[in-house]
Design a protein. Structure first.
Length: 142
């Protein structure tokens, strides 16, 4: 099974991040431009939170807050569970399933090196299963 470092190596694009004091509207724009469902919230290089579409739906829209006036800090998830690059896709899937997370930051030596989504993890699991099936078919058919 692949490690998260291997998954990150296959991803393209820049990491989508925002600062905690930026308005929610800016975070939404960054997410839209990057075509992602969550952004990491960094204070300098330090991970201080994660902001997702779910946070927006549950903490802004439902409470009638204004996204151009509300800072990301006010509604981000600030207790961020993270994974390391040496963890496997299986370990990541277990965490995501148990905690109902769709995104997990990847940290190495306390620094953010990427983010994995449930889509990244599922894609890799499907590829691994397809490989096993192909190998079994080759074995059976000689």
């Amino acid at each position: 099974m692949k490690t998260l470092r291997q998954i990150l190596a296959g991803k393209s694009g820049q990491l989508a991040t925002v600062a905690p004091d930026q308005p929610v509207f800016h975070a939404l724009r960054v997410m839209s431009d990057a075509n992602v469902g969550a952004v990491l919230v960094l204070d300098g290089e330090k991970l201080v939170g994660i902001f997702s579409e779910r946070d927006y739906a549950r903490k802004v829209i439902l409470y009638g807050k204004a996204s151009k006036e509300t800072p990301v800090r006010a509604i981000m998830s600030d207790k961020v569970l993270y994974v390391t690059p040496e963890q496997t896709v299986d370990e990541c899937m277990a965490i995501m399933t148990e905690k109902h997370f769709r995104h997990l930051p990847v940290l190495e030596d306390g620094k953010v090196i990427g983010i994995v989504s449930i889509g990244d993890v599922v894609k890799e699991m499907i590829c691994a299963q397809q490989f096993i099936i192909e190998q079994m078919e080759k074995y059976i058919t000689g």
